[in-house]
Design a binder for this molecule. Structure first.
Ligand SMILES: Cc1ncc(C[n+]2csc(CCOP(=O)(O)OP(=O)(O)O)c2C)c(N)n1
Length: 640
């Protein structure tokens, strides 16, 4: 027992080893303190809250019962891992979560031995846990793979691909299905209905029931004894879940907030399971914090907030977000065109499609966390004459790359990709950065790739995509607010593959793609003040390139700099390829490409991330000046 009741138990627990010294009767108090600490932390930092609050007891119970870190615990998505971080040696840094230089908002291998696997994109945990389990088996060393996966994450195909192979791990694989009947939005589809049916058709497992059900896996004599009881027979009759068909031993449902149930269930599975086990734990998102419990999104992701009232700090009023501009523009298109439909993969509010859904429920599809399906579903819709908009964050579209290539691009189907969160995204860090879409899309034959320089351009691009039936077309735009330009009353139909000159000069040409345009214009001001007449072009299209415009600028300027919010292989690579193919560099033209660096950048404020990436105005100026100081042999004159 805690020697001094005034000392919070949490102060005595800095790692799971400390936790395991506590008596079961102390765990309730510890969980309560852990919950308060989580709320106080997110109140100060903002971030993911509801999911973490739902797994406080589960976090305590798993670390209490299992031998972490040797038992490899993997939190699917990892957004619910703040309580886990607090209990695994990171309490002193937890208030730096999601800040520059601070802890990640997800699990991360470099952060702690208790994070054996980095997560953030959903539904990877069972595959990874299986890998750990099988590796330990092959190496003949102890250690399980434990995956904690939400019912939302369970909607993704990858989870089933992993379960389909679970037998390979024997009893070293434990899957804990954390069923809170919520994704970010309410969960969708048949699986969600199935889980609800499972929960409502069975009472929570009692202690005796758990022991009996597990006893089925016990050695023969015990098993026989247990089999005699009527209740056991009833337990058998209730079997046959989807998970059992896939080869799991299903245990559940279990009340995920009741430590008196949770601990013995986990102990039984730890000690007695003979094959892969799936424990179906029922929890409540936002549990124990009224403002979260009562919120429609259960406080999935929040701004900093007042812990007493739950009131979140409001972002200062500013221009509308790109997301909301897109949603409004798409609704306007759909009002006059019944072929337009919209698809989201579990991100209705994040993509703005909740607004579309409110207007056009029949033409709006939330497919769950299923980006691959979303893309091929859109391909089918397009092939049948609809005009589908697939609104997916840049980072999550990565998961559907083969579908984009094989189902959409090769068949030249007019699927519209609305790519939100393009470029660096701030607090979510490297796993969520939209760095690669131009690279992976503009390399594909048939694909048209646009990037909006501001919110008015986004309206034009939404309209252009709606009208374009010749093949697939993508347009990208960043997280956050627009730059404050007026929105057009009537959108323009952009000519495919044509950019625009925003500012005319004679010596330096900056070719911008996307929202670095504002920085390019600032840089042009500075260069102009130094007597360097500067052209700024907004290329609009990474594919097809406006080769006519680019050629003209290359032939009439001394330095050409490309600027983009994407990784190597994007606009700069395409421009350089064109220039060298056409021999435009032969006469000594100086070309520089500015793009994201070849590293995975950690979380920070977006401006700071772009500064680190070298893509702000002063760095554009530096690049130009440096290029001008080079003679044609590439030797820096200043150094000579
Ligand atoms: C591949 C992918 N698509 C979308 C997301 C965005 N996302 C983060 S959490 C989440 C909901 C997860 O729901 P669930 O697994 O039930 O966990 P809960 O938050 O309810 O605890 C979604 C859609 C993601 N992380 N990864």
């Amino acid at each position: 027992m805690n020697a001094n009741p005034a000392t919070p138990l949490l102060d005595t627990v800095s790692t799971p080893d400390d936790l395991r010294k506590l008596k079961p009767a102390q765990l309730r108090q510890l969980a309560d303190e852990l919950r308060s600490e989580t709320i106080a932390t997110v109140g100060q930092t903002g971030g993911h809250l509801g999911s973490g609050l739902g797994v406080v007891e589960l976090t305590v119970a798993i670390h209490y019962v299992f031998n972490t870190p040797d038992d490899r615990l993997i939190w699917d998505v990892g957004h619910q891992a703040y309580p886990h971080k607090i209990l695994t040696g990171r309490r002193d840094r937890i208030r730096t979560v999601r800040q520059g230089g601070g802890l990640s908002g997800f699990t991360k291998r470099s952060e702690s031995e208790y994070d054996p696997f980095g997560t953030a994109h959903s539904s990877t945990s069972i595959s990874a846990a299986l890998g750990f389990a099988v590796a330990n088996k092959l190496k003949n060393q102890p250690g399980r793979g434990i995956a904690v996966i939400g019912d939302g994450a369970m909607s993704a195909g990858m989870a089933y691909e992993a379960m389909n192979n679970a037998r390979q791990a024997g009893n070293r694989l434990v899957v804990i299905l954390n069923d809170n009947d919520m994704s970010i939005a309410p969960p969708v589809g048949g699986l969600s209905a199935y889980l609800a049916k499972l929960v409502s058709s069975r009472p929570f497992l009692s202690l005796r029931e758990v022991a009996r059900r597990i006893s089925r896996r016990l050695p023969e004599p015990l098993h026989k004894a247990a089999k005699k009881t009527d209740e056991f027979a009833r337990g058998m009759a209730m079997g046959g879940t989807l998970f059992e068909e896939l080869g799991f031993y299903y245990v559940g449902p279990v009340d995920g907030h009741n430590l008196d149930q949770l601990i013995p269930v986990l102990e039984n599975v730890r000690d007695a399971a003979e094959g892969p086990c799936l424990i179906h734990v029922v929890t409540q998102k936002g549990k124990g914090y009224a403002p979260a419990e009562n919120a429609a999104d259960k406080y999935h992701g929040v701004q900093k907030f007042n812990v007493v009232t739950g009131e979140q700090v409001k972002a200062p009023a500013g221009p509308p977000s790109y997301t909301s501009v897109f949603a409004k523009a798409l609704i306007a298109e759909a009002e006059t065109d019944e072929r337009i439909c919209a698809i989201t993969a579990a991100m209705p509010s994040g993509t703005g499609l909740d607004k579309f859904e409110a207007k056009f429920p029949d033409r709006s599809f939330d497919v769950g966390i299923a980006e691959q399906h979303a893309v091929t579903f859109a391909a089918g819709l397009a092939a049948q004459g609809m005009r589908p908009f697939c609104a997916i964050y840049s980072t999550f579209l990565q998961r559907a790359f083969d579908q984009v290539v094989h189902d959409v691009a090769i068949q030249n189907l007019p699927v519209r990709f609305a790519i939100d969160r393009a470029g660096l995204v701030g607090a979510d860090g490297a796993t969520h950065a939209g760095s690669f879409d131009v690279t992976y899309l503009a390399t594909l034959p048939n694909m048209v790739v646009m990037a909006a320089a501001d919110e008015a351009e986004l309206v034009h691009m939404t309209h252009t995509a709606a009208q374009y039936d010749a093949g697939p077309i993508a347009f990208r735009y960043p997280r956050g607010n627009g730059v404050g330009v007026p929105l057009p009353e009537t959108p323009q139909l952009l000519e495919i593959g044509k950019g625009r000159i925003v500012r005319e000069g004679t010596k330096v040409a900056i070719l911008s793609l996307g929202t670095r345009l504002a920085e390019a214009l600032k840089a042009a001001d500075t260069l102009e003040a130094k007597g360097l007449s500067t052209t700024v072009a907004d290329l609009r299209f990474a594919k097809p390139l406006d080769s006519e415009l680019i050629r003209k600028l290359m032939l009439s300027h001394e330095v050409v700099v490309t600027v983009e919010e994407g990784a190597i292989g994007g606009l700069g690579a395409h421009v350089l390829t064109m220039a060298s193919d056409e021999g435009l560099t032969d006469a000594g033209l100086k070309i520089r490409t500015m793009r994201l660096p070849d590293v995975f950048q950690d979380q920070d404020k977006p401006e700071a991330q772009y500064d680190e990436a070298g893509l702000n105005a002063p760095q554009i100026v530096d690049t130009v000046l440096k290029a001008l100081r080079h003679n044609s042999a590439g030797v820096e004159e200043a150094r000579a």
